[in-house]
Ligand binder design. Structure first.
Ligand code: SAH
Ligand code: SF4
Ligand code: F3S
Length: 473
């Protein structure tokens, strides 16, 4: 087989360069072949998958949603909780089976699990049918690995600590809203969390590169950007002379892109300047994901979260007072080692006080290599499950209340596409990140329109388009 020249992939390791890719005219052996890409985990992974897709299509592959059609399968994995491991190896088992019928099938694993040494050893020892393994720091070397695979199992997981690449190609999933990385990695080392190990130290992108990307997206007709990072409020702290997150938000706002979101905010790094900026600029959306993790100051200390229950509540109230109509969601972990019934009641107390718009809730999962995994834990699983259930009931109760407040109101919705809720229905999100389903013409897709909310469900709203009220941009 004639192998294409993949200098581009190597070049990236030395400097930020433009990609010079081969394409089908270069007689790529992969033209007419199909890729199946499965993504687990957070928005970081979703966005990384857009890069993976770009590399695969630059080699000549086209996308398929049907596993059986695939010539290459890539699993972009998450390591945040242990159960991810079983899901991924279960899926690999299916791929192994497929490979019996289709011996040339290429199977690749990447993402946060690929950064775990024990996972890589397990694959090396017991899963020889996995052709490629690559980490979160070397996605750009995928084309190279696909070629190396022609010889033997190719494992390429290492760290480019301190490096930030620019000019990354993306096959974006949407032409309406886009992810924009503003930082990589995390320096917080919360004691339960594996992310600093799988993603490395915090590295911020230069503000001028971020602003250029947002400008380009705006020029391409994008209506919304979401600034991405594990701890966006700490933006710039690792770069000398770089602007703060509040200033970055202001600069992004001034590009005039219609909608700006950001995720995830760490309470410890949230400043008054950020709150003022969010309140001041109408294109910065009044929606904040502000993970609480626990309502008990004792547990928060053991988690290494750097704030107390009182400090969280103070921040929460300040945001609510200063940002009109803001919606706040959160993440909560139950069953951290030795969380007592009293600790858990403190969490319920914060939920009752804050009445969050929504929350992602998790049972604590020990992750090998993190400090919390070494803590002794006397609390049994049924107790943790019961707590999770109680917490979820309360969270759902407040979500429903928050949604009910929208009934009868007219809100701005960015229309994203046809709804799963029925023929001739569309869906979109309010400024406060509420999902709305409503009847309407496909012409509205990509527009920000006024929708009157007619009914509230636990996790979505129903509405009617307010006629002749399409916002002009
Ligand atoms: N950077 C974000 C969170 C990233 S991980 C932040 O600091 O908030 C997403 C969520 O997964 C976390 O907020 C936490 O609630 C949950 N999580 C992380 N590690 C976990 C673990 N070991 N067990 C259970 N949940 C965990
Ligand atoms: Fe994990 Fe904490 Fe970093 Fe979030 S801030 S990614 S929870 S270590
Ligand atoms: Fe999972 Fe990695 Fe994100 S561990 S939550 S995919 S950063």
């Amino acid at each position: 087989m004639q192998l294409p020249n993949l200098n581009a992939a190597r070049l990236r390791t030395n400097a930020a360069v433009d990609y010079v890719y081969l394409n089908s005219e270069n007689n790529s052996p992969f033209t007419n072949q199909k890729y199946f890409l499965k993504t687990y985990g957070c928005q970081m992974n979703v966005h990384d998958s857009e890069e993976i897709a770009a590399h695969l299509s630059s080699l000549g592959y086209t996308k398929t949603e049907d596993l059986k059609e695939a010539d290459i399968v890539i699993l972009n994995t998450c390591a945040i909780r242990e159960n991810a491991h079983d899901k991924v190896f279960g899926f690999l088992g299916r791929c192994k089976h497929l490979k019996k019928e289709k011996p040339n099938l290429i199977i690749g694993l990447c993402g946060c699990m690929a950064q775990e040494e024990n996972v890589v050893s397990e694959i090396r020892a017991h899963h020889p049918y996995v052709d490629l393994v690559f980490g979160t720091h070397n996605i750009h070397e995928l084309p190279q690995l696909i070629l190396e695979k022609q010889k033997e199992q190719a494992i390429n997981v290492y760290s480019y600590e301190g490096k930030v690449f620019e000019n990354i190609p993306y096959n974006r999933d949407s032409q309406i809203k886009a992810w924009v990385n503003i930082q990589y990695g995390c320096d917080k080392f919360c004691t339960y969390c594996i992310v600093p190990y799988t993603r490395g130290k915090q590295r911020s992108r230069k503000s001028q590169d971020i602003l250029k990307e947002v400008e380009d997206l705006k020029d391409a007709g994008y209506q919304e950007v979401t600034l991405l990072g594990q701890n966006v409020n700490a933006y710039g702290k690792d770069l000398e002379g770089e602007m703060s997150f509040a200033d970055l938000l202001e600069a992004v706002s001034k590009t005039g892109i219609p909608r700006i979101r950001f995720v995830t905010s760490h309470p410890w790094d949230f400043t008054d300047a950020m709150i003022e900026t969010i309140a001041k600029y109408p294109n910065i959306m009044p929606y904040i994901h502000l993970p609480l993790q626990s309502g008990s100051s004792r547990i928060l200390k053991l988690m290494g979260r750097r704030y107390t229950k009182e400090e969280y509540l103070h921040l929460y109230q300040t945001i609510k007072e200063k940002v009109p109509n803001v919606a706040i969601t959160t993440d909560i972990i139950v069953g951290f080692p030795n969380e007592t019934a009293e600790d858990f009641e403190e969490t319920l107390d914060v939920v009752n006080t804050c009445q969050f718009d929504g929350a992602y809730t998790f049972i604590y999962s020990p992750r090998e290599g993190t400090p919390a995994a070494k803590m002794l834990d006397a609390i049994d699983l049924p107790t943790k499950e019961e707590r999770l259930q109680r917490l979820n009931t309360l969270i759902n109760h407040y979500s429903k209340i928050a949604n009910t407040k929208y009934v009868g109101k007219t809100v701005k919705v960015l229309v994203e596409g046809p709804s799963e809720k029925g023929k001739d229905k569309l869906f979109g999100y309010t400024e406060t990140m509420k999902l709305v389903n409503f009847p309407g013409s496909q012409d509205l897709i990509g527009e920000i329109i006024d929708v009157e909310i007619t009914a509230a469900k636990s996790f979505s709203l129903d509405g009617e388009v307010v006629k002749d009220a399409i916002t002009n941009h």
